[in-house]
Design a protein around this ligand. Sequence first.
Ligand code: ZN
Ligand code: FE
Ligand code: FE
Ligand code: ZN
Length: 270
Amino acid sequence: MKHFPVPDYHIHTYLCGHASGQPYEYVEHAISLGFSEIGFSDHAPMVSHRDPTVTMAMDELPLYHKMIEQVKEKYKDAITVKVGIEADFIPGYEAQTEKILQAYPYDYVIGSVHYIGDWGFDNSDEQEKLKKLNINDTYRAYHKLLRKCAQSGLFDIMAHTDLVKKFGHFPTEDISDEIIATAEIFKECKVAIELNTSGLRKPAREMYPALATLKLFFQHGVPLIFGSDSHRPQEVGMDFNQAIAAAQRAGYRECLRFRQRKIEEVVSLV
Ligand code: ZN
Ligand code: FE
Ligand code: FE
Ligand code: ZN
């Protein structure tokens, strides 16, 4: 059986309202692919508003932990299951976010920018706005938020760091100055980034982030994890061979494993 040297740390559950399948189905698919470790990271309760199609509700948080603990225990001889969470970065709501993140122990916390102001730019219902605004300005506004997200100190890993491209809208000018500024802040704030394969399944048709961006993160010494952003059991570990190859092309030779919000191990990709 082929064995994956790297964990898949970005896996959702049905509690977010837009994913399907039971946690055990995700775990069993990971085992069938040869993973020795995975981690769940469902969408944490939203602090600014409630949308049952986007995140779990506050009162579902205990169930989330119970579900993950159950599969962790049940499959412990076959695979290590970590407990993570993906939380939105909403400026002005840092205290509320922190409170949610401190209510339970996590192996890692993924910080995501899905909103510019109150615009959920990666929501397909709100993508019209992408065409109306200057795309380069949107990328710059997004990067500003990514840097604030890292500087908040709330998160261990920055999710899908060029998510603006999801529906196929790419920058039309060189924004490497923004990317470099972001990479410098990530390094300073000691956050890792993820190489997220879900972009391959979206109109963007490439991983988050793009190879050129990944290279800049590598050159600035920002560590790496891998995530499928699975919202269905069969998406676990999807395109991970391609992701490992891309990481190596960008210069990476290792990735991280987390435990209790600390680096547990540096894993070699080769
Ligand atoms: Zn989701
Ligand atoms: Fe996300
Ligand atoms: Fe996600
Ligand atoms: Zn995500």
